[in-house]
Design a protein around this ligand. Structure first.
Ligand code: SAM
Length: 210
């Protein structure tokens, strides 16, 4: 039997960016700001971004400090764009096209792993278990999840290709994320609510690997 195609593979990058960057949504802007803050705070020699898409946030990598930058995503077209945009500015950039629900992460350590709006689409247990191998003790994982506060999970920007996401995304309970990650030796250090347009909020969770 043929396995179903993950809907993310059918969302053009231009549609994704037009939607997420629309001032009514403002999520690209909020996510890049969170990445900037984390890179500045943790100064990681090795950095990994899960669900990196076209590389939002990579513009804040300082290659003098962060020598290894790994991005993973299920959509090869997104990664091609990320490579084109950031490949020359980040000599240590490595991009892997894989499905976090099925494939193993590359066996590389990372001192800081980030994932903005990716946990909604993946198996939490499998992801936490994989990151246990990737992040050494003392390393950090930063995730952002979205809370819709009663409005639709995917804001209506009239971009049709994104409508499919309402059928595959699930809203996560931050306590559930904490419970699962704590099973894999990630201790919650911070939980911050960030207001974003459209009467929604982001929740930023910071874990330390112990
Ligand atoms: C909401 S976007 C977040 C993008 C990014 N954090 C940003 O700042 O724009 C989710 C990303 O996760 C990727 N993704 C979704 N499911 C995935 C999976 N199972 N394995 C790997 N990547 C996945 C999508 O292709 C998409 O690029």
């Amino acid at each position: 039997m043929k396995k179903p195609v993950n809907p993310w593979k059918n969302i053009p990058a231009e549609d994704y960016e037009a939607h997420m960057g629309n001032p009514m949504v403002g999520q690209l802007q909020a996510l890049t700001g969170i990445t900037q803050e984390a890179l500045k705070k943790y100064l990681p020699p090795r950095f990994m971004m899960l669900g990196c898409c076209t590389g939002n946030g990579f513009e804040h990598v300082n290659p003098e400090i962060t020598k290894q930058v790994v991005g993973v995503d299920i959509n090869p077209d997104y990664l091609k764009i990320a490579r084109k945009r950031y490949g020359s500015g980040i000599p240590g950039l490595q991009l892997f096209c894989l499905d976090l629900n099925r494939d193993a992460l590359p066996l590389m350590e990372a001192d800081l792993v980030m994932g903005g709006l990716i946990l909604e689409y993946v198996n939490l247990e499998k992801t936490a278990e994989a990151l246990q191998q990737i992040i050494p003790s003392g390393g950090t994982a930063v995730f952002v999840i979205q809370q819709s506060e009663g409005s639709s999970f995917v804001s209506d920007t009239r971009i049709k290709s994104l409508e499919i996401l309402t059928t595959i995304s699930r809203e996560l309970d931050p306590q559930e994320v904490q419970r699962v990650f704590e099973e894999y030796r990630f201790l919650l250090q911070e939980l911050q609510e960030i207001a974003i347009p459209g009467n929604k909020k982001f929740i930023r969770l910071v874990f330390e690997k112990v």
